[in-house]
Write a protein that binds this ligand. Structure first.
Ligand code: ADP
Ligand code: MG
Ligand code: MG
Length: 902
């Protein structure tokens, strides 16, 4: 290499800042920030994540690292007036992991590095406490042995327990210096036995080995798993912090604690945390002794307490957010060991955001950025109320949030049967497969004993918004005998009521009471956010959503097929319907009319069937237009293949065969069977559906258009303000659209003349076949709006049939990392998104005032909403319950927030 400046691998705490998380890791960046704020942080330095990446790539540390560490260690020794491991008066350090993204408890830290058989005596003399010195030494051997030397930690735990048992105590505080010396002896023997060498006595060697062990811990199995689950990049690496030790185990005037500047559970302001006297490091969270609540520190050590409170409020003001803190008191002197912006529950996130606005720390824009649509969605699920007398059976994985109570059933058929009788059921299976779908739909929730968060049950339940607990491995599910057993021998039989909590994974025998979420009651208009007794959470949600609404440029509509859904979505803030499907309107009693339409021989019979359907269709639209009065309603003409409205081929064949065998000859049934055979498709998704139906079945689309316009005329006459829009599905070529458009225009003119009123619905199309996106310019000549049907567009772009693939092998694709999230859940920006962009560009170039929306389920997905904002759509449309989520995320997108939030 030439004379370029060598890479800087090591930073003193005074050299960094909180904005350097990527380089220094979160812990290092925040230690630097606190140091520069003048807070009492023990001095130290940070080895960068670059060094870790180098080490992981090359298997050895960069050449200059050793010298740079020596240089910073020397500075640290000067600052402390001590030398690492000096037998007379040793400097001790901790060697701490700390990645850019918080990975709590995933990686390693070693305390008291620098102690050996000689310096332990020096430490004892200097501190005046033998007990403290030997306690520190046994902790070093324990942590170092486990983390650096890879010895099973239980061996050390067992040895400590043995000494405690010999002394007849359970508390480490009852062990004196001699006992701890005995523990050290046993620990040293364990090290010799398991590594074939003595515990390393050279302080610098201890430090270097610990640094490499921290690097290595990046690739510990649990860390890999955690990163995969949290979608943290696997190549980021961790920084290493070397920090001068301060001691909370020097006696009862010392201790260690954790603190939050507000309650991370509820967001309430106050002093939250735990404190433990005469303790070090993890003791406080490891539960070795009972901690005291932080406010008690005031009695124990008023000076340290007041200083801590002062620092906490400084940190909050500085970070402008809830902070999470680790501290230690050494002989009445307070030391800050860590801070970070703390994790919090969804409810706390909303409350804290508006509290900070009221305190003048952030503005409303920032408050909107600080919360996420996912958090809002969590607040909308009903909740279990604690209490009641249900018995907790086990805890599985929290696969899909919500609270479900119902009778246990063990097969999809039983689920459907019981549900049809009006019973609420929970489907219990070892694992589910595509055959269970009907049962999953019928059930309140799904419980499985096998499979993880990407198992069939989990993926499908999340897709349906259904509560699911999966992988409850302690349960023995016996589907044959229709029961399961839980630890302790409790047996749950078919029909017994169970409760499952998809947010925590808990499972109970019996009914746990649920309450509707106050946030949903607010959206429903049942809680007035301005009333004196409205709860804080509702008030926060209201303020934040109101601001998101003011900020966003993306409109939010809903997908709704019924007046009830339309009305609810409107209460939830939807400004119109972006997708009103018409297929549900052809089911039930109307099936017979559809059969007639399909079996019609000749124009007259067909027209008669259509004439029977039309008034019913008109009634559907009347009610929906009324619910959405004054707002646009996009009606999609019939999309699915007609055979979906006919009986199943096999079933019908059997029925006819049986009837024939019994001598009943039914001409009608035979004709039906022939039609079902004729219309059978190998691949219905790619068959006769959408606009193709409209072109092949004369009069079908004309009937629907007439019903829409007639309904609009009638609403007008009644003083309403209907705003229909007609949407043609599955168009791939402008010629298809033109043909339907011509027919529609003719019908519209006819109805207008008949009623003498002027209703001109916009006519547009879905863009859901890749060819439509590619030829958007031509299609726009004939369309007044586009609505991207991203469900079909995803299917057709990937060549996936959603029903077939999602439950069959998506979990494997997710496990293999082919995608991090299903493209049906979150828009595939690179592929499907590219087609959307092409569609937008082509369409707008041909027709600048073209209205653009999206009506796939992605319209309610936070990440996708950001994408649709970026490509400049006019609106997203989503299911009623996702409307508030889309409103919030559209606001956040306009404010340039990250999807994941603060
Ligand atoms: P984690 O990332 O798991 O929290 P830390 O590196 O923060 O691990 O350290 C583990 C424990 O040791 C924490 O309680 C921390 O406060 C404590 N600790 C770390 N360094 C020191 C030090 N120099 N002096 C005293 N205690 C320390
Ligand atoms: Mg920590
Ligand atoms: Mg479609």
């Amino acid at each position: 290499m030439s004379g370029s400046t060598p890479t800087k691998w090591v930073y003193d705490f005074s050299e960094g800042s909180k904005d350097q998380k990527d380089l220094l890791g979160g812990k290092g960046a925040n230690l630097a920030e606190m140091t520069n704020l003048g807070l009492p942080v023990p001095p130290g330095f940070t080895i960068t994540t670059d060094a870790c990446r180098f080490y992981l790539e090359h298997g050895s540390t960069p050449e200059e690292l050793d010298a740079q560490v020596s240089e910073h260690l020397a500075a640290l020794e000067r600052a402390m007036g001590k030398t690492l491991g000096d037998p007379a008066d040793p400097l001790l350090v901790s060697v701490r992991s700390g990645a850019a993204a918080s990975m709590p408890g995933m990686m390693e830290t070693v305390l008291n590095v620098g102690l050996n058989d000689a310096s332990v005596e020096g430490l004892a003399r200097q501190s005046g406490s033998d007990r403290f010195a030997w306690d520190s030494y046994r902790r070093l051997i324990q942590m170092f042995g486990k983390t650096v030397l890879g010895i099973d930690g239980e061996l050390f735990d067992d040895a400590l327990d043995a000494v405690k048992a010999e002394q007849g105590t359970e508390s480490d505080l009852d062990l004196d210096a001699d006992h701890l010396r005995d523990v050290v002896g046993r620990y040293e023997a364990i090290v010799r036995e398991h590594t074939g060498r003595d515990f390393p006595q050279d302080p610098r060697e201890q430090m270097d080995l610990a640094i490499n062990a921290v690097f290595d811990s990046w690739n510990a199995e649990r860390a890999i798993l955690y990163r995969r689950r949290e979608r943290i990049p696997s190549d980021a690496g961790t920084a290493v912090n070397v920090v001068a030790m301060v001691f909370g185990n020097l006696g009862m005037d010392s201790g260690t604690g954790v603190a939050f500047t507000r309650d991370p559970g509820s967001g309430e302001q106050g002093v939250y945390g735990d404190y433990l006297q005469n303790a070090q490091g993890e003791d406080v969270v490891a539960g070795i002794r009972n901690t005291v609540p932080l406010p008690d520190l005031r009695q124990i050590d008023e000076g340290a307490y007041e200083e801590l409170l002062g620092i906490m409020s400084r940190l909050e003001a500085h970070y402008r957010d809830l902070c999470d803190i680790e501290f230690t008191v050494e002989r009445n002197k307070l030391w800050m060991l860590q801070t970070r912006v703390g994790k919090r529950t969804a409810a706390a996130a909303f409350r804290i955001a508006t509290q900070l606005v009221d305190e003048g720390l952030i503005d409303m824009d920032e408050a909107v950025r600080r919360v996420t649509g996912d958090q809002l969605a969590q607040l909308m699920f009903p909740r279990f109320v604690s209490g009641g007398d249900a018995q907790q059976l086990t805890q599985g994985m929290n696969a899909s949030p919500g609270a479900a109570v119902g009778r246990a059933v063990f097969s999809a058929e039983e689920a459907v049967k019981w549900a049809d009788r009006g019973e609420k059921v929970v489907l219990v299976r070892r694992e589910t497969n595509p055959d269970d779908l009907a049962g999953m739909i019928a059930a309140e929730g799904v419980l499985t004993s096998r499979g993880g968060k990407t198992s069939h049950a989990a993926v499908v339940a999340r897709g349906m918004g259904k509560t699911c607990v999966c992988g409850a491995e302690e349960l023995q599910v016996d589907t044959k005998n229709r029961r399961f057993s839980a630890p302790g021998g409790t047996v749950v039989e078919e029909g017994d009521v169970i409760s499952i909590d998809g947010s925590t994974g808990r499972v109970w025998l019996g009914e746990v009471p649920v309450e509707p979420s106050s946030v949903v009651r607010y959206f429903e208009g049942e809680i007035d956010p301005d009333a004196d007794d409205a709860d804080d959470l509702v008030r926060s949600v209201h303020r934040i959503l109101a601001h998101a609404d003011e900020t966003r440029t993306l409109d939010v509509r809903t997908n709704a097929d019924t007046p009830e859904d339309a009305a609810r979505a409107r209460r939830f803030g939807a400004r119109g319907i972006g997708l009103c499907r018409t297929e549900h309107m052809f089911l039930g009693d109307r099936r017979r009319l559809v059969e007639k339409l399909i079996l019609a021989e000749g124009d007259d019979e067909r027209q008669a069937a259509l004439d029977g359907l039309e008034p019913l269709q008109k009634q559907d639209f009347l009610e929906i237009f009324e619910a959405m009065d004054g707002l646009p309603v996009t009606v999609r003409l019939l999309d699915p293949p007609l055979h979906e409205f006919l009986p199943d081929l096999t079933e019908l064949s059997v029925r006819v065969a049986v009837a024939e065998a019994e001598g009943h000859h039914d001409e009608g049934q035979l004709r039906l069977l022939a039609a079902v055979r004729r219309m059978h498709e190998e691949n219905p998704m790619l068959g006769l559906r959408g606009v193709r139906l409209g072109l092949v079945v004369p009069g079908l689309f004309a009937m629907q258009v007439r019903a829409i316009v007639e309904a609009a005329c009638e609403r007008l006459a009644a003083g309403g303000d209907p705003r229909p829009e007609i949407m043609i599905p599955l168009v791939g070529a402008v010629q298809e659209l033109e043909a339907i458009r011509e027919e529609a225009d003719r019908v519209i003119t006819e109805v207008q003349e008949q009623h003498g009123v002027d209703v001109r619905p916009l006519i547009g199309t879905m863009i859901e076949v890749p060819r439509a996106a590619l030829t958007a310019g031509e299609i726009a000549q004939s369309a007044e709006f586009f609505s991207f049907g991203t469900n079909d567009l995803t299917q057709m772009t990937w060549g996936f049939s959603r029903d077939d693939v999602e439950s069959a092998f998506f979990h494997q694709y997710l496990d293999k990392g082919i995608f991090g999230v299903s493209p049906f859940e979150s828009l595939d920006r690179d592929g499907v998104g590219r087609l959307v962009e092409l569609g937008v560009e082509g369409g707008r170039a041909a027709r600048p005032d073209l209205k653009l929306g999206v009506c796939g389920e992605h319209g309610g997905d936070p990440d996708s909403v950001h994408f649709f904002h970026e490509v400049g759509l006019d609106y997203v449309s989503c299911s009623p319950f996702r409307v508030p989520v889309a409103r919030l995320e559209a606001g956040r997108a306009a404010l340039g927030a990250e999807r994941a939030g603060g």
